[in-house]
Design a binder for this molecule. Sequence first.
Ligand code: FES
Length: 244
Amino acid sequence: MSGTQEFLFDLSDTGGVDYTDESTNIDARTLDEMRELMAAYPQPRSALIPMLHLVQSVDGRVSSVGVRVCAELLGISAAAVVGVATFYTMFKRKAAGQHHIGVCRTALCAVMGGDILMERVSEKLGIKDGETSPDGKFSLEAIECNAACDFAPVMMVNWEFFDNMTPDKVEKLLDDLRVGNRVQSPRGAQLTSWREAERVIAGFSDGRADEGPGAGEASLAGVQAARVNNWRAPDAKSMTGAAQ
Ligand code: FES
């Protein structure tokens, strides 16, 4: 092989926490709630992830003040907090929109139309992957497999599933969200906002966890087939014997 192969990287948008922006909505109530989360674990440090979700619920992102507060309360370095905040993609360093749209583009969703859905959402909202609309109403993210491949192609809004999506369904969904119509996830709760969803993920229930069906038809197809055919799981003891 002749010549040198050159790989180009574009990491310009990986973004750390913005320390130039000191704005925050964290108040005494937020601090009390953070302490409440810390008290729920044998090791307070285990509360860091829910605490960061709580920061996002009030600040719309992992704010610099949020990082500092988490570090001080937990007695760890700001670098340790940022290490977690920048590892998990659910943590945003730029403000997410009122509604955060995720489009799955992993293999199965992609071949079932995920790429086309992403294009349609992007065109309609005028934003690309990783961007937030200027009015703060929507943000968009290409997401990896949601473990909902039986409903491909799948989208998420504020972390709630939208199954078997089509470009027409996308149009209606975004129109409804834009004008504030009631929108129900086919397998989850009625949509509120991304920040409210973040508060629930932090551990503060809004009483809607049981809204919607527990599982969709496609996920239950195997169970139905087993019932019809009278299939049974092998006896655990016989399996242990087989392994020996
Ligand atoms: S590939 Fe999209 S949910 Fe699995």
